[in-house]
Design a protein around this ligand. Structure first.
Ligand code: ADP
Ligand code: MG
Length: 235
């Protein structure tokens, strides 16, 4: 996979005869090496957009293309295979399996894909990368929030994805742990070209991204650099 594209992507939810338009005609292309932040108020549609891009939900109109092929032409199996092999996910809450150890949690997507002969070695390497190789056999409840989120990142990376989708990944962490997660994600993205697509309103996180968008009034607007201009800082 080389790119993922949304074309005139719109989404409405209908509940109890009431319909709400969340996203209107969004065009976005994600290439390898991209680092894209999507900001916006709570309820503006950030998670909805990530779910659509990651093929976890279907648009009301418009389409999602992978290498210019409309994914609505994929079978269910093709789509889940593609998701497993090309996408990683990290959410605000780690969603680790509580009765599986650190290393077992990291291994899950790899075992589902079942395509990597050196899966175990890779999982150990990732555990080292996230600084938890001394805690491989611990259950999640023994870990801090930041450590659990690091395991979630390792799990998202085990299949060597092309894109990692992040939904408020630092939203539940203190500043120090948010910084560790941030450094880890950008380090991986810069070294391996994994694209990052993050829904977030953490300004400290947002400012690291090469491209920053904001969802406003159902549209995706380019967001200029969020920090105040230098002249203001000096005065
Ligand atoms: P954000 O992630 O920016 O906070 P969401 O994408 O979660 O926003 O939600 C956007 C809007 O869509 C909100 O008004 C939310 O209530 C609504 N929404 C999200 N998911 C559903 C759903 N499954 N059914 C109905 N409404 C939904
Ligand atoms: Mg959300």
């Amino acid at each position: 996979m080389n790119n993922l594209k949304s074309v005139n992507l719109s989404k409405s939810y209908t509940t109890n005869e009431e319909s709400i338009d969340v996203l209107h005609s969004i065009n976005l292309t994600i290439n390898l090496h991209d680092q894209i932040a999507i900001s916006g108020n709570s309820g503006s549609g950030k998670s909805t957009l990530l779910h659509l891009l990651a093929a976890l939900d279907t648009p009301t109109s418009g389409k999602i293309c992978i290498d210019d092929v409309d994914i609505s032409s994929f079978t269910k199996n093709e789509l889940s295979k593609h998701r497993l092999e090309n996408f990683g996910f990290v959410y605000q809450f780690h969603h680790l399996m509580e009765d599986l150890t650190v290393i077992e949690n990291i291994l899950i997507p790899g075992q589902l894909a079942n395509t990597n002969p050196s899966l175990k070695d890779d999982a150990h390497e990732l555990a080292e990368l996230i600084g938890l190789s001394h805690r491989l056999n611990h259950l999640p409840w023994k870990l801090s929030g930041g450590e659990k989120q690091r395991v979630a990142i390792a799990r998202a990376l085990i299949n060597k994805p092309k894109i990692i989708f992040l939904d408020e990944p630092t939203g539940n962490l203190d500043d120090k742990n948010a910084q560790i997660i941030q450094d880890l994600l950008f380090d991986i993205s810069n070294k391996h070209g994994v694209a990052l697509v993050a829904a977030t309103h953490d300004n400290n996180f947002i400012k690291n991204f090469k491209t920053i968008y904001k969802i406003e009034d159902k549209n995706l607007e380019p967001e200029p650099w969020l920090a105040p201009p230098t002249s203001i800082l000096i005065s």
